[in-house]
Write a protein that binds this ligand. Structure first.
Ligand code: PLP
Length: 397
């Protein structure tokens, strides 16, 4: 006998992973250059040179036994201090290294934070569309995921819908900006609005509703778009950060949780984070990558390539008649499907060798997500296929 819920999760892959696997098979059949795979958010731009230089330097210069040894469960104290100093100076914030917990990426930051905060039966609000794994992470704790759809004209939050979704059982909300799958970046007004709703609801509930800020795309913004620091607006905030996307290191699994020192009972929240890390076996994130962090804080891969892809794709697709909100960040374009059923639309797109992710599992049916962290050449080559796909619908009218 096994845990049936876990077996179900393992037996059926996510829609994104399913498509990614299909893409691998199709590429073997007709050649990788003939498949336009926009399925997965795997960065396509190399890490900054400083990443490898730092790693090589550590391997050459540091004592191998201590380099590869266990760090403190919550992460090396020198690394936590470096992160605290960097975040404090970048955002003019108060940050306590003893409220930072190193993790194996944003996925672990989220599961640890949710496990720290939730009891079975609690409710967690997910602003939709959302990263589909949120539902898996929330439900594993025995809590209930409550999707709240954003305004689909802007993909900014709908405050009335948010207010209406909060109950006495609401314990947390997950906010993701820049957003996967829309590329939207929460504006200052949106954050102030969310904070106001949460303050009022926390007061009415007599217990804080925590804001979990999932921020693996924080630095991936284009033009002069601002990504406000959420703890400035709402004190009961946990920031879940990851270096996966900013430094193109998703396979190395490194990130952190930062509990705002202003949070009510910040120390208790942090103790619960440490306890959740322990219970889940997520102690001592990879030591080599922890020690890399102080040398590369604030760096990013060359995101001008994503910006070029973004403009090329958005301009061409809207010219062909597709509808989309221009993304300000991350590396996703969220496009309205050309028929009501996004799954049927994606099946038709496959006939043109376009691999697009249908949006149902993002909690916002009727759209597709296009990951444009691919080569610019792939985008250029795919444009005629997007055009013919649109024409196939226009011909039916
Ligand atoms: N959160 C969001 C919104 C993501 O898009 C992803 C990965 O694509 C994650 C979390 C997980 O990131 P990590 O690879 O750092 O675990």
């Amino acid at each position: 006998m096994v845990n049936e819920k876990m077996r179900g999760l393992g037996a059926c892959r996510s829609v994104i992973r399913e498509l990614f696997e299909y893409g691998k098979k199709r590429k073997a059949e007709i050649g990788a250059e003939n498949v336009f795979d926009f399925s997965i958010g795997n960065p396509s731009v190399p890490s900054p040179e400083a990443v490898n230089e730092t790693l090589v330097g550590l391997l050459r210069e540091r004592d191998a036994v201590s380099l590869h040894g266990y760090t403190s469960a919550q992460g090396d104290v020198g690394v936590r201090r470096a992160i605290a100093d960097y975040v404090a100076s970048t955002h003019g914030a108060t940050v306590d290294p003893d409220l930072i917990y190193l993790t194996v990426g944003a996925a672990a930051s989220l599961t640890v934070s949710l496990t720290a905060l939730l009891e079975a039966g609690d409710e967690v609000i997910l602003l939709a569309p959302f990263f589909p794994e949120y539902r898996v992470f929330v439900e594993r704790t025995g809590a209930v995921a409550v999707p709240v759809l954003c305004n689909t004209k802007t993909f900014q939050p709908d405050f009335e819908a948010l207010r209406a979704a909060i109950t006495k059982k609401t314990r947390a909300i997950i906010v993701n900006s820049p957003n996967n799958p829309t590329g939207a970046v929460l504006t200052r007004e949106s954050i102030e609005g969310i904070a106001k709703v949460l303050e009022e609801a926390s007061a009415a509930n007599g217990a804080p509703i925590y804001l979990i800020a999932d921020e693996p795309y924080r630095e991936l913004v284009y033009g002069d778009v601002e990504v406000p620091y959420l703890p400035h607006f709402y004190r009961n905030t946990l920031v879940c950060y990851s270096f996966s996307k900013s430094l193109s290191l998703p396979g190395e699994r490194i990130g952190y949780i930062l509990v705002s020192p202003q949070a009510d009972d910040a120390v208790a929240v942090y103790q619960a984070v440490c306890g959740a890390g322990r219970a889940l076996g997520f102690v001592c994130a990879p030591a080599l990558f922890q020690y890399m962090i102080p040398s590369v804080l604030g760096m990013t891969s060359d995101i001008s390539i994503y910006d070029r892809n973004r403009r090329l794709l958005y301009d061409a697709l809207t010219e062909y008649g597709y509808e989309a909100v221009k993304p300000d960040g991350a590396f996703y374009l969220f496009v309205k499907a050309l028929e009501e059923d996004a799954n049927a639309f994606c099946e038709r797109a496959k006939q043109y060798e376009l691999l697009l992710v249908p949006s149902d599992s993002f909690g916002c049916p009727g759209y597709v997500r296009i990951s444009y962290c691919v080569t610019t050449e792939q985008i250029q080559k795919s444009l005629p296929a997007f055009k013919r796909l649109a024409e196939s619908y226009q011909a039916e009218k």
